[in-house]
Write a new protein. Structure first.
Length: 190
């Protein structure tokens, strides 16, 4: 008697093949199975509507690839081009775009309700450095014990801190009490 789930030599083997398409990949050459396609030559001129086989033949005569660039059009649009060169230039453009992209971070500075003027100056200097790098800064005060009864004093400390920045910052979010914390968000002035 055979156990459930065991394979014997007499059992037929079944293979399941799955095809997945990646969104940014184009269909090229033999992968294009449409009856009719609109063809654009390597120089950019319209060759008209023809069968995919005929378009592939023209591309092979020019020693280039047939690439489907607009699959949702009716009929789909294919272009005759050097696909390897196209992918290389596309990757180069994406790399250049990533290099030029500036990521804005949210940095955080902690103050206290009983902070002295010297410490406030040091924190203001550090905040100006962060704002100079193009980052946003979240300024927070954590109230402890009886300080919660005098939250307005913490808001005053925040306003004094903002005044010390000398107009080099813009208040995105006014100082506001949220539970045990007082929060303010600053961004660089333009």
């Amino acid at each position: 008697m055979r156990k459930k789930g065991c394979l014997c030599k007499s059992d037929p083997l079944i293979f399941v093949v799955r095809y997945t398409t990646i969104k940014d990949q184009h269909q090229i050459n033999e992968e294009i199975r449409d009856k009719e396609v609109r063809v654009i030559s390597a120089e950019g001129e319209q060759l008209g509507i023809m069968s995919a086989a005929e378009a592939l033949r023209i591309a092979e005569e020019a020693d280039l690839d047939l690439v489907k660039i607009s699959p949702n059009a009716v009929p789909p649009v294919c272009k005759i081009m050097n696909y390897g060169k196209f992918k290389f230039e596309q990757a180069k453009r994406e790399k250049e775009n990533r290099k030029n992209q500036k990521v804005v971070e949210l940095k955080e500075i902690y103050l206290s309700m009983t902070i002295d003027i010297g410490d406030l100056n040091v924190k203001a200097k550090k905040t100006l450095e962060m704002l100079g790098d193009g980052n946003k800064v979240k300024v927070s005060i954590r109230m402890r014990g009886r300080q919660q009864a005098h939250a307005s004093m913490g808001v005053d400390v925040m306003r004094r801190f903002f005044d010390m920045l000398g107009g080099k910052a813009v208040m995105d979010k006014e100082p506001k009490t949220e539970g045990r914390n007082i929060l303010m968000i600053l961004s660089p002035a333009k």
